[in-house]
Design a protein around this ligand. Structure first.
Ligand SMILES: C[S@@+](CC[C@H](N)C(=O)[O-])C[C@H]1O[C@@H](n2cnc3c(N)ncnc32)[C@H](O)[C@@H]1O
Length: 211
C-alpha cells in the first residue's frame, strides 16, 4: 500500500532533472551504501524548500555523491548566491566533482573535503539554509557548531531523524546512531531558540526555524 502510494506520489510530482536520475543510477551501481542518497522524493522536497527560502548561502554536511547538493542548489538565485558542501570521505571527491559538473548549478557549489567537526569551528559565513546529513552520531555536535552560523530567521533541515522507526524502538537502545539521533531530537525539542517539526517523509526530515 505504502509502496503504491509512493509510486502515485512520484507519478504526480514534477520529475527530477536527467542529470539527477543519472547520478542516482550510477550511485546505486558503483557506490557502497548507496541507499544513503536522498533520491527523487526527498530531493524534490529539498529543491522546493530551497526555492521557497531563496537562500543566498547554503551549507551542507555530508555530500556523498552530490545528489542533495544539486537539489538544494536549485534554490540559489542571483549571481553571488552559493553553496558550501562538506564531505569527510576523500575517496568520493572525484565522483562528487564529476557529478557537480553535470549541471550548470555545480559552479555555485563549493566542495570542502574534510571532517565537518574540524572545518565548522573556523567558519565565519552566515547561512540562510543548512542541510545536516553527516554521521548520525555527530548531529548534536554539528548542531552546536552550526547554530552560530545560521542566520536569525534561517532554516536547518536535518535528515534521517526517525531512522527507520528505530528512534522509538527499544531494540535499538544500544545502537550508536539511534542513540545519537535520539539525543539530537530530545535536545532540539527543548531548545526554545528554534521551532521545529519532524516531517515523516522517508526516514524523517526535521525542519528547524531559528527564531
Ligand atoms: C547520508 S550520506 C549523505 C547523503 C547526501 N546528502 C545525499 O542526500 O545524497 C552521509 C555522508 O556524510 C559523510 N560524513 C560523515 N561524517 C562526516 C563529517 N564529520 N564531516 C563531513 N562529512 C561526513 C559520509 O562520508 C557520507 O558521505
Amino acid at each position: 500500500m505504502l509502496e503504491n502510494l509512493e509510486e502515485y506520489i512520484l507519478k504526480h510530482s514534477t520529475p527530477e532533472p536527467d542529470y539527477l536520475q543519472e547520478i542516482e543510477r550510477e550511485t546505486y551501481v558503483h557506490i557502497y551504501n548507496a541507499r544513503m542518497i536522498s533520491g527523487r522524493l526527498q530531493g524534490r522536497l529539498l529543491a522546493l524548500l530551497s526555492k521557497m527560502i531563496q537562500p543566498q548561502l547554503i551549507l551542507e554536511i555530508g555530500t556523498f555523491t552530490g545528489y542533495s547538493a544539486l537539489c538544494l542548489a536549485e534554490g540559489l538565485t542571483g549571481e553571488n548566491a552559493k553553496m558550501i558542501t562538506i564531505e569527510k570521505n576523500d575517496e568520493l571527491e572525484q565522483i562528487i566533482r564529476h557529478n557537480l559538473a553535470r549541471s550548470p548549478l555545480g559552479e555555485k557549489v563549493h566542495l570542502m573535503v574534510g571532517d565537518a567537526l574540524q572545518i565548522l569551528p573556523a567558519m565565519t559565513d552566515v547561512f540562510d539554509l543548512i542541510f545536516m546529513d553527516g554521521d548520525k552520531c555527530e548531529y548534536e555536535a554539528y548542531y552546536h557548531l552550526i547554530f552560530p552560523l545560521l542566520k536569525r530567521g534561517g532554516w536547518l533541515l536535518a535528515d534521517n531523524t526517525l531512522w527507520d522507526g528505530h528512534i522509538i524502538d527499544e531494540k535499538y537502545d544500544k545502537d550508536k546512531q539511534t542513540v545519537g539521533l535520539r539525543t539530537f531530537n530530545d535536545m532540539l525539542a527543548k531548545d526554545e531558540r528554534v521551532e521545529q517539526l519532524i516531517l515523516p517523509l522517508r526516514d524523517g526530515l526535521t525542519i528547524v526555524h531559528k527564531k
